[in-house]
Design a protein around this ligand. Structure first.
Ligand SMILES: Nc1ncnc2c1ncn2[C@@H]1O[C@H](COP(=O)(O)OP(=O)(O)OP(=O)(O)O)[C@@H](O)[C@H]1O
Length: 323
């Protein structure tokens, strides 16, 4: 895989501002014939993504992931709230040249060949002809599309996976500092998914900021520095995998006795079921055992483990503790 044609994010140009910030972003769509019905797609969403971070946004269908992406990209206006991209206010056209975007449902001019399409997008960014040709060749190589297919076949003749690859190439044509990817693995076979993961990791190595939406938890575990979980328009969890799932030295403990007030300061996700309690130990296990002896509580099990992202995700979506 080549990284030619894409440059490293210039840390010298890196001002103090974060790459992406959202402050209480809310989007309420008006629907219905008389526009008298309201759908709250996003509710008071605040988050920050630092430069060079790979951020994965998870959530079930209809959670508001695409809406958040569209708000950040300035494609739709927030009902309330604000945000910034690379220090520019959301919707400021000046930041467009630093941004790449792969939409979930792309409507490309399908009578163009892949090459013509990339030429078209490249010229819209004002990329000089020689550089444009070189970059298109490099990007086709990067996304795994043979140049012959890109030059000869019209987009309408492309498979879903090929369209996704050409979409990824167009998202990188302007050598962006931030890349927004809406479901980048969608429609790809396992090899294609692997390649997209490799591309995202390569973008990260170059210091680019990557913000992507996905349903595929395994991809998130491999490539993301931090994740956020959206459900019903609300950001219900955000953090690194270690922050959300615990580190490798996390203990899941169960026991009985003692009181909630005594146990809760030690146990994250504390829950009681009948006489028993369980949770994730925060702190020194030895001191915890000494504390239990002092409050006449007994331990039943203590397992070195951490929740899988899938378990955590399902717990959050079903209304588990907010992080
Ligand atoms: N233009 C619109 N007009 C009215 N409602 C909308 C509009 N766009 C999105 N919605 C609604 O907002 C909610 C969130 O939609 P959104 O597409 O942001 O979710 P999502 O998390 O990206 O879903 P998916 O994973 O299925 O793509 C849904 O209830 C959707 O029907």
């Amino acid at each position: 895989m080549t990284t030619e044609g894409l440059t490293s994010f210039d840390q010298a140009n890196n001002s103090q501002s974060s790459a992406i910030s959202a402050d209480q972003l809310t989007k309420i769509y008006k629907t219905g014939f008389w526009l008298n019905q309201k759908v709250t797609s996003l509710q008071s969403c605040s988050l920050t993504v630092q430069r060079g971070e790979t951020f994965g946004l998870l959530g079930p269908n209809g959670a508001g992931k695409t809406t958040l992406l569209k708000l950040l990209l300035g494609i739709v206006q927030p009902t309330s709230g604000s945000g910034q991209i690379l220090g520019y206010k959301l919707g400021d056209r000046a930041c467009k040249q630093y941004i790449g975007f792969l939409p979930e449902q792309a409507y490309y001019y399908d009578y163009l060949t892949g090459w013509e399409f990339l030429e078209f997008i490249g010229s819209m960014f004002g990329i000089e002809a020689n550089l444009r040709r070189q970059r298109i060749a490099d990007l086709l190589d990067l996304v795994g599309l043979p140049q012959s297919a890109a030059r000869k076949k019209q987009l309408r003749q492309y498979s879903k996976g090929m369209v996704q690859r050409i979409g990824l190439a167009q998202a990188l044509i302007n050598d962006p500092d931030i890349v927004f990817l809406d479901e980048p693995m969608s429609g790809l076979d396992p090899v294609g998914r692997y390649q997209v993961r490799e591309i995202i990791l390569m973008l990260k190595k170059l210091g680019k900021t990557v913000f992507f939406n996905t349903h595929i938890l395994a991809d998130v575990e491999i490539i993301c520095d931090r994740i956020g979980i959206l459900n019903k328009g609300e950001l219900i969890a955000i953090g690194t995998l270690n922050e959300l799932l615990g580190t490798d030295k996390t203990y899941q403990v169960s026991g009985y006795g003692g009181s909630e007030a005594e146990l809760k300061p030690w146990l994250l996700h504390f829950e009681e079921q009948g006489d028993m309690w369980h949770g994730q130990l925060e702190g020194d296990p030895q001191k915890f055992l000494e504390m239990l002896a002092g409050i006449n509580a007994k331990i039943i099990s203590m397992n070195l483990s951490r929740q899988t992202l899938e378990e955590f995700f399902i717990e959050q979506i079903r209304g588990g503790a907010k992080s």
